[in-house]
Ligand binder design. Structure first.
Ligand code: BEZ
Length: 269
């Protein structure tokens, strides 16, 4: 949940987009944090899943680039350490047993640096469990935004797109290059109901997609939203509800020990 250009409203996020944390249940299970393990939550947002990890007995810390999110996380869960940090460059004082991340990595546009930081913050044998948008995530929404901005306002939406949605192959290769062994990787569809009936898609645009509409007046934005809804409706609206065409990447990887790394380097020669 981190991007410098993206403005976050923590209250709006928790109130209208609370489903984001609820959908993190699968990756929590995948991590299977054990009591007393030291876990870093990367892109922790307002801290709901960090707290879930803490309630399972983990010694957890949360970081996020958004000051608003971290302020809310600290207020929500004062017993957990949270800090404003950039996951691209973060180095903790002591290594973690595991790094966890839900719905955050697609905001981080330099994945090599993020993975390098994850590796630097893990002990050898430590786990990295993450879920985020994979290739073609929200493609019907992105295509409707792109069409409307281009045709009505002459804006090149691609140049404003803040998201990184890799395939399994791309992301697994990056992990392997930085010394991880990928234990599992899934890329699956998860059509996601957007709360508040007819307002569902515009709430989502307000919360997550503001950067695309920078520079438009209020009435231009309203016009853009209406046209985006029109274009996206056949694919994303049914029975009074909007659905985000989410397509997730869920991975579990383990940081190889230096010995295992040198063996695999030799076997590649
Ligand atoms: C996602 O969770 O897939 C997502 C959330 C906000 C913006 C883009 C993607």
């Amino acid at each position: 949940m981190t991007s410098k250009e993206q403005k976050w409203d923590a209250q709006h996020y928790d109130g209208k987009m609370g489903f984001v944390a609820k959908l993190g249940a699968g990756v929590l299970e995948l991590l299977d944090a054990r009591p007393e393990e030291r876990v870093l939550d990367l892109g922790c947002g307002t801290g709901a899943l960090t707290n879930e990890l803490a309630s399972r007995g983990a010694q957890v810390e949360g970081i996020d680039l958004s000051e608003e999110m971290i302020e809310a996380a600290k207020a929500n869960y004062p017993h957990i350490p949270f800090a404003v940090e950039d996951a691209h460059s973060y180095r903790a004082d002591a290594p973690f047993d595991a790094v966890f991340s839900n719905a955050a990595l697609h905001w981080m546009r330099q994945p090599e640096r993020v993975i390098e930081a994850v590796a630097a913050n893990l002990r050898p044998g430590g786990r990295f469990a993450a879920e985020f948008g994979g290739a073609d995530n929200v493609s019907a929404i992105v295509s409707a935004i792109g069409g409307v901005l281009e045709e009505r306002f002459g804006i090149d939406a691609d140049s404003r797109n803040p998201w990184y949605y890799p395939t399994i192959g791309e992301y697994a290769s990056l992990l392997e290059r930085q010394g991880f062994r990928v234990l599992s990787a899934e890329h699956f569809d998860r059509p996601t109901p957007l709360p508040e009936g007819d307002r569902g898609l515009r709430n989502w645009l307000d919360t997550f997609a503001g950067i695309f509409f920078a520079g438009l007046t209020e009435s231009e934005r309203e016009e853009a939203y209406r046209e985006i809804e029109e274009r996206a409706r056949p694919k994303l609206y049914r029975d009074g509800c909007w659905y985000g065409d989410y397509r997730r990447l869920r991975i579990l990887a383990v940081l190889k020990t230096p010995r295992a790394r040198s063996h695999s380097a030799r076997s590649e020669v």
